[in-house]
Design a protein around this ligand. Structure first.
Ligand code: C2E
Ligand code: CA
Ligand code: CA
Ligand code: CA
Length: 279
C-alpha cells in the first residue's frame, strides 16, 4: 500500500502484533549494522499564507529499505530513538540538510531549513556541538536553520529546556515548537520560551474545521494572535483542503504546510516545485 497519491510514495508497512517484536529487532539489528547509508531526506514546502510563496522546507526522514521500499518514520523512528541510533542519524541529517540549504541558496533559492530534533537529542550535551559542526561545515548562516522540538520534549523539564533553548538561540539558530495542541502544556508557558515559531498541529486544524459551523475558528485566531504579540510566527500543519487554507488565512497564520500546498519530495524536485509556484 502507498500513502498518498503524489510524489511521496511510502510503504505503509504495519506489522501485526506478532510480527511487531520481530520487526523491532530487525530494525535494531539493521541500524547497528550501519543502515545509516540507507536513509534519505524528503523536503516538504512551508508556504507563506499571504503570498503563496515558499518560505522554507521541513526535512523528513525516510528509510530506503533494501527489501521493503521507502519507509516512513512511523516504521522505525521509535526503535531508532530507543537504541540511541537516532542521534547519529540526526547528526548525519543535520550535515545533509545544511549542505543542501547552502547549495540551494547558492543557486538563488534561499529556503529556511527545518529539522526535527528528538527529545533525547534535545536533552543530550551533544546537540549544540552537532548543530555548530553542521553550520560550520556547510557555511549555512545559523538563522537559516530551524530546529523543531515537540511540545512534549520541551514541557518535560521546562527549566532545563529554557537553558538549552537559550544556548541554541545564542548560537543563532531558530527554534520551533512542533505539534502544538497535542499535549497539555500551557500556551502562555510555551510562548514565554525563547522560540521563533509555533507549529500548530493538524489535529487542531481538523477539530476547528469540524466545529467551524459552531464558530471555533476564533480559537485558532486567538492562538495565532497571542503568538504574534510575542513576535512568534505561526505555522498551520496539515492543510489538506481549500477549506483548511481559508480557515488558516482567516485566523491570520503566517505560514502553512500540508498536502494541498506541497507534499514531501526528494531534494531534486524542490527547485522545479519552487519555480512552478513562483511562476
Ligand atoms: P511532523 O514533524 O509533525 O511532520 C509532519 C508529518 O505530517 C510528516 O509525516 C508529513 O509527511 C505529514 N504531513 C504533511 N502534510 C500533511 C497533510 O496535509 N496531511 C497529513 N495527514 N499529513 C501531512 P512523516 O514524514 O511521516 O513524519 C512523521 C513524524 O516523524 C514527523 O511528524 C516527525 O515527528 C517524525 N520525523 C520525521 N523525520 C524526522 C527526523 O528526521 N527526526 C525526528 N526526530 N523525527 C522525525
Ligand atoms: Ca516537525
Ligand atoms: Ca508537526
Ligand atoms: Ca505531527
Amino acid at each position: 500500500a502507498a500513502k498518498g497519491a503524489g510524489r511521496d510514495r511510502i510503504h505503509l508497512f504495519s506489522p501485526g502484533l506478532r510480527d511487531a517484536a520481530r520487526w523491532r529487532l530487525e530494525v535494531a539489528n539493521r541500524l547497528r549494522d550501519g543502515a545509516v547509508d540507507q536513509f534519505v531526506v524528503h523536503y516538504q514546502p512551508v508556504v507563506r499564507v499571504d503570498t503563496g510563496e515558499v518560505d522554507g522546507v521541513e526535512a523528513l526522514l525516510r528509510w530506503q529499505h533494501p527489501d521493503r521500499g521507502l519507509l516512513s518514520p512511523d516504521a522505525f523512528l521509535s526503535v531508532a530513538e530507543e537504541t540511541g541510533q537516532l542521534i547519529p542519524i540526526t547528526r548525519w541529517l543535520l550535515g545533509e540538510t545544511t549542505r543542501q540549504a547552502a547549495q540551494w541558496a547558492a543557486d538563488g533559492l534561499p529556503l529556511r531549513m527545518s529539522v526535527n530534533i528528538s527529545a533525547r537529542h534535545f536533552s543530550a550535551e551533544t546537540l549544540v556541538r552537532d548543530v555548530r559542526v553542521a553550520l560550520h561545515d556547510s557555511g549555512l548562516p545559523a538563522e537559516w536553520l530551524v530546529l523543531e522540538l515537540t511540545e512534549t520534549s520541551v514541557a518535560e523539564d521546562p527549566t532545563r529546556a529554557e537553558d538549552q533553548l537559550s544556548v541554541l538561540r545564542n548560537s543563532g539558530v531558530r527554534v520551533a515548537i512542533d505539534d502544538f495542541g497535542t499535549g497539555w502544556s500551557s500556551l502562555a508557558q510555551l510562548l514565554a520560551l525563547p522560540i521563533g515559531t509555533l507549529k500548530i498541529d493538524r489535529s487542531l486544524l481538523t477539530a476547528a474545521a469540524r466545529l467551524a459551523a459552531g464558530g471555533s475558528g476564533p480559537v485558532l485566531a486567538a492562538i495565532v494572535s497571542l503568538a504574534r504579540t510575542l513576535g512568534i510566527r505561526s505555522v498551520a500543519e496539515g492543510v489538506e483542503t481549500a477549506e483548511h487554507l481559508q480557515m488558516v488565512r482567516d485566523a491570520g497564520c503566517d505560514l502553512a504546510q500540508g498536502y494541498l500546498l506541497g507534499r514531501p519530495m526528494p531534494a531534486g524536485e524542490v527547485p522545479r516545485w519552487a519555480s512552478r509556484v513562483r511562476a
